[in-house]
Design a protein around this ligand. Structure first.
Ligand SMILES: [Zn+2]
Length: 159
């Protein structure tokens, strides 16, 4: 993979495996998880048709080109789909005493480009479809994971 994915060569596959022991890593998604350690979120980008996709794929799902490159996304979007989990897998960092929001967030890069993550720093009454959100990071089992929080309203205005 090229440098455009925000890659950190000093982070070896062994480090990624050790930090994300419960993830089934392969030669494609290891790039995604490695850059999570540096707080970057990747999506696949096709150099042929200029379309984005998630998760990372060896071939563009839009035009089937193999000229796909993982690229960091800006980390801004809106809640597209929202699920409130009342129970889930036990984990030291998970608290289900209040419903745990799991959202599909549509990213600003492209219509239909979505990532799944939890929503944090948001009172339950503010949670809604269409809520503008921005990327932030949470720790789970000592490793960083992407999450989203309500976007600052003033930063919605492009300079
Ligand atoms: Zn394509």
């Amino acid at each position: 993979m090229t440098a455009t994915d925000g890659d950190s060569p000093e982070i070896t596959d062994e480090v990624v495996l050790a930090r994300y022991p419960h993830v089934r890593l392969d030669h494609l998604n290891k790039h995604f998880y490695r850059v999570l350690l540096g707080h970057r979120l990747l999506a696949g980008h096709c150099d042929q048709c200029d379309q984005w996709h998630t998760p990372l794929r060896p071939r563009c799902p839009h035009c089937w080109s193999e000229a796909v490159t993982p690229r960091p996304v800006r980390g801004r979007g809106a809640v597209y789909l929202l699920t409130l989990l009342h129970q889930g897998p036990p984990s030291p960092d998970m608290d289900y005493s209040t419903p745990w929001p799991l959202a599909a967030v549509e990213l600003v890069e492209q219509l239909g480009l979505r990532v799944t993550a939890t929503i944090v720093e948001c009172p339950p009454e503010r949670l809604r479809i269409g809520l503008p959100v921005e990327l932030t990071w949470i720790l789970r089992d000592g490793a960083p994971w992407p999450a989203f929080r309500p976007a600052e309203e003033e930063s919605d205005v492009e300079a």
